[in-house]
Design a protein. Structure first.
Length: 368
């Protein structure tokens, strides 16, 4: 029985990056042996165990065989006679197929170290074709490391798209990889790679329209801006949605089963992004309508995210920000509770509050 560190931990150590999780491959052992040593079995599809003390994952060396379209169609074989090289051969990229033994010696049968130095994402072998999730993973790694994609790997990704493998991806997995890619240091690189291999048009056609049209440079700059600002996922997603038709955004979010906070902010950005971008000239009724639509009163943080997404990358956003801030300060000074208590009829409360807020905005704009 031999144990090897594998995957991301070995890769990130070579890159000098912090290591969050460590994974291990066990060669020459059986599930019964692992259990007798105190490891806790957790794998559903193949034997994976948690270390009794560190709780890190230890997987038995395995091979796999494609049995059906998509990424669920695999038959796994884990046994004591599976070698480390066989296990590494099934991995996606050479930079993820490097192992290290307990003495610290590296095992690199596919040239992953050289590809790390060359900053290249290259597939390990023809088995890459069998898992469509790898298309998304390559794009995400490009966004993380800003590596180039080897020409032969990009060609394989195009073949997978043409063969319909990308169409077999389930919505949850697309969103998972897409969301993780948006949170990487260079999310635009993910979109570029997906576009270059044809996958963007298949899995995120709405997003493709803003990546190849006349708005592409503006969207690129906006996405870079919110990324550099450390913005949350929902803001980064809203930047991509702000130039889309609201119905297209709703369809995209429904298909991907996007989280509610991401969906709501994206739809708001699509509906009101242009209003915010032109807010340097906004009038009082439009400002109040924007505040009501964004539910500034109950969700001020979401409103702030909406403004950030709408104005990201805009070359001269200060006048718009200043006018919106003036209007927001004015409505914040209105005592909605007192108005509600003094309203003559219950049905007139909202009307009376809106009237007071509208009056306050007008006065603020006149004074400004």
């Amino acid at each position: 029985m031999k144990i090897y560190a594998v995957g991301g931990a070995v890769r990130d150590e070579l890159l000098g990056l912090p290591i969050a999780d460590r994974d291990y491959v066990v060669v020459g052992a059986t599930p019964d042996q692992m259990v007798k040593l105190g490891y806790q079995p957790v794998g559903r599809d193949f034997p994976v165990f948690l270390h009794p003390e560190t709780h890190e994952e230890y997987a038995l060396a395995r091979t796999e065989r494609k049995t059906a379209l998509g990424y669920h169609g695999f038959d796994f074989h884990a046994a004591a006679d599976v070698t480390l090289e066989q296990d590494l051969a099934r991995r996606d990229l050479t930079i993820n197929a490097i192992a290290k033994d307990e003495a610290g010696k590296r095992i690199d049968p596919f040239g992953g170290v050289a590809d790390l130095k060359a900053r290249v994402l290259r597939h390990v072998g023809p088995a890459f074709l069998e898992d469509p999730v790898r298309i998304l993973r390559v794009a995400r790694f490009a966004a993380r490391f800003d590596f180039s994609v080897a020409a032969e790997t990009l060609q394989l990704m195009r073949v997978m798209v043409d063969n319909g493998e990308a169409d077999a991806l389930v919505a949850e997995r697309v969103w998972q990889e897409f969301a993780r890619g948006l949170m990487e240091p260079r999310p635009w690189r993910m979109l570029q790679v997906l576009r270059d291999c044809g996958a963007l048009a298949r899995v995120l056609p709405e997003i493709e329209t803003v990546c190849i049209g006349s708005d592409a440079e503006c969207v690129h700059n906006a996405l870079d801006a919110v990324t550099h600002a450390g913005a949350a996922l929902e803001v980064r997603f809203a930047v991509l949605a702000r130039n889309l038709d609201p119905l297209a955004v709703e369809a995209l979010c429904s298909r991907l089963k996007a989280p509610t906070d991401c969906r709501d902010l994206a739809v708001l950005a699509a509906r009101h992004g242009h209003t915010i971008a032109d807010a340097a000239e906004i009038d009082a009724p439009s400002a109040l309508s924007l505040f009501n639509a964004a539910d500034l009163w109950r969700k001020p943080q979401r409103y702030a995210q909406l403004v950030a997404a709408a104005l990201a990358g805009e070359p001269d956003s200060e006048p718009a920000l200043a006018r919106l801030a003036r209007a927001q300060a004015a409505v914040s000074a209105v005592n909605a509770g007192a108005i509600a208590q003094s309203s003559a009829e219950p049905g007139s409360i909202r009307r009376d509050i809106d009237a007071a807020r509208l009056k306050a905005i007008r006065e603020a704009f006149e004074q400004g």
